[in-house]
Write a new protein. Structure first.
Length: 152
C-alpha cells in the first residue's frame, strides 16, 4: 500500500525495493497503469526486463444484444520507449509470460472486489489502510485455504 493516487510514479521504486526482502526479479509484468518511461528505463538499467502493457491491445468485446460502439480514434504512440515496448510485447516469449499473469494475479483482485465486496478502503491514513489491506488479504487466503482443503 502506497500513499500515491497513481501507480506509475512509484513503479520502479517498489520493484527495486524488493531487493532487500526477496531479491530482484528477472522480469516484471505490469498493466497500463504502471506505464512510465523513467520507470522502464530504471528497471532496464538494473538488468530487469519490464513487460508493461501499452494501451488497449484488444478490440472492444462484441455482444450479440448490443449495438457496436462507435469507433474511437486510436491514440497515436510516438514515444520511443512505448514503441519499443509494443514491439517487445509482440514476441512469443512475452506473450506467454503476459498470459500467465491473467492466471495468477488478476483473478485474486476480481475475487476480492466481487466475492468479498471490497471496493474501497474505509479507513484513512497509510497505517490504517495497510492494516485494512492485510485483513482483506487474510480473509482471501482463509477463504482460499478452506476451499482447497474441502476440495481434496
Amino acid at each position: 500500500v502506497v500513499a500515491t493516487p497513481a501507480d506509475a510514479p512509484g513503479f520502479a521504486t517498489i520493484i527495486l525495493g524488493m531487493a532487500r526482502g526477496i531479491g530482484l526479479p528477472k522480469t516484471v509484468l505490469a498493466d497500463t497503469g504502471f506505464a512510465s518511461g523513467p520507470a522502464v528505463a530504471a528497471l532496464e538499467a538494473r538488468g530487469i526486463e519490464p513487460l508493461v502493457a501499452i494501451g488497449r491491445t484488444q478490440p472492444h468485446r462484441a455482444y450479440d444484444f448490443r449495438p457496436p460502439p462507435k469507433p474511437k480514434a486510436s491514440r497515436r504512440i510516438t514515444e520511443p520507449w512505448r514503441l519499443a515496448m509494443l514491439e517487445k510485447l509482440e514476441t512469443p516469449n512475452a506473450k506467454a509470460l503476459y498470459a500467465r499473469r491473467k492466471q495468477t494475479v488478476e483473478p485474486v483482485f476480481g475475487i476480492i472486489k466481487a466475492a468479498l465486496g471490497f471496493t474501497r478502503f474505509r479507513r484513512r491514513g497509510l497505517a490504517k489502510v495497510a492494516t485494512e489491506w492485510t485483513l482483506i488479504a487474510l480473509a482471501y487466503n482463509c477463504r482460499r485455504l478452506h476451499r482447497l482443503r474441502h476440495a481434496a
